[in-house]
Design a protein around this ligand. Structure first.
Ligand code: PXL
Length: 292
């Protein structure tokens, strides 16, 4: 990672969509990174009226022709980014544009959240071509953060929500890392050893496997993958080790989910980030992570 000027916050280019309602992607990532003291620069891939998770016909404006000219402008300005972080993409061509973005900042931490689907099903805007080409982005990433559905798509394996053994979990992490990234974190895994909801990780350089178990809550909210990945990224950019950043991201995501569950709001509206964001500005300690 390149060095940044003392006093200037770390800067991240966030290549994600802007969904007006439903609390996902840029609408949660920007406030989270700001609260963590990181400068987040949005590079919107599409503008949507809501996320695509069950709110009827979505108004969708693709911004494929925006990303490259924006990148060229940033290069003319000689801007530096300490991190480039991609997520929800609006079209297959955007995979090439993201690749160019990553290559333009070779010293930046490259984070690819290979957003493609959930609960065994691809999101409706993700074509088979986009799903198969996502491996090209993963190949240039330092860190990837798939959920189990996305991990199966990347590995070309059948999706199963059944609990997995610790040794199968490790083997999945290693195979994902063999696609390119040095660090892999898979979210929302049920382990046969009893943890109903765990986030698991692998750091190839240190040859270490990590597991952060959390409480199971019987509701799914959109945007929780984006919340997890952005806190994880913010943690790493603040100097956290992988297990500490995983612990921080897991704790914050759990707090946001449990707060919202307690109010019984429509799950499609996402989590009540507004009530929980201040947790990120506090000094917390982390001891919940384990070796996998
Ligand atoms: O949180 C992932 C996500 C991001 N962006 C859009 C989505 C989703 C998940 O449904 O629909 C537009």
């Amino acid at each position: 990672m390149n060095t940044f000027l003392p006093g200037r916050p770390a800067r991240v280019a966030v290549i994600q969509d802007l969904s007006g309602f439903g609390r996902c992607s840029l609408t949660v990532i920007l406030p989270i990174l700001s609260a963590m003291g990181i400068q987040a620069c949005p590079v919107p891939t599409a503008v949507l009226s809501t996320h695509t998770g069950g709110m009827g016909e979505v108004v969708f404006r693709d911004l494929t022709d925006y990303i490259e000219p924006a990148l060229e402008h940033y290069r003319r300005l000689d801007l530096e980014f300490e991190c480039v972080y991609s997520g929800f993409l609006g079209s297959e061509a955007q995979i090439d544009h993201c690749l160019r973005f990553f290559r333009s900042f070779p010293d930046a931490l490259s984070v690819v959240d290979p957003v493609m689907g959930d609960h065994g099903k691809p999101y409706r805007t993700y074509t088979p071509e986009m799903r198969s080409r996502m491996r090209e982005l993963v190949a240039v990433a330092d860190l990837i953060t798939p959920n189990l559905t996305e991990a199966s798509i990347l590995l070309g394996a059948a999706y199963s929500a059944a609990p997995i053994t610790r040794s199968d979990a490790k083997s999945m992490l290693v195979r994902l890392s063999e696609l390119g990234p040095r660090a892999v974190v898979v979210t929302g895994v049920e382990l046969a050893s009893g943890e109903r909801m765990a986030n698991i990780g692998f750091d190839r350089e240190r040859s270490t496997f990590w597991c952060v178990p959390g409480d199971y809550v019987p509701v799914c909210y959109p945007g929780t993958g984006d919340i997890f990945a952005s806190v994880l990224t913010g943690g790493l950019l603040s100097g956290d080790s992988l297990p500490i950043a995983m612990d921080k991201a897991s704790r914050f995501t759990e707090i946001a989910i449990k707060t919202t569950y307690g109010y019984g709001t429509d799950p499609r509206h996402g989590v009540m980030l507004e009530k929980t964001l201040s947790w990120l500005t506090q000094r917390n300690t982390f001891q919940n992570y384990q070796s996998l």
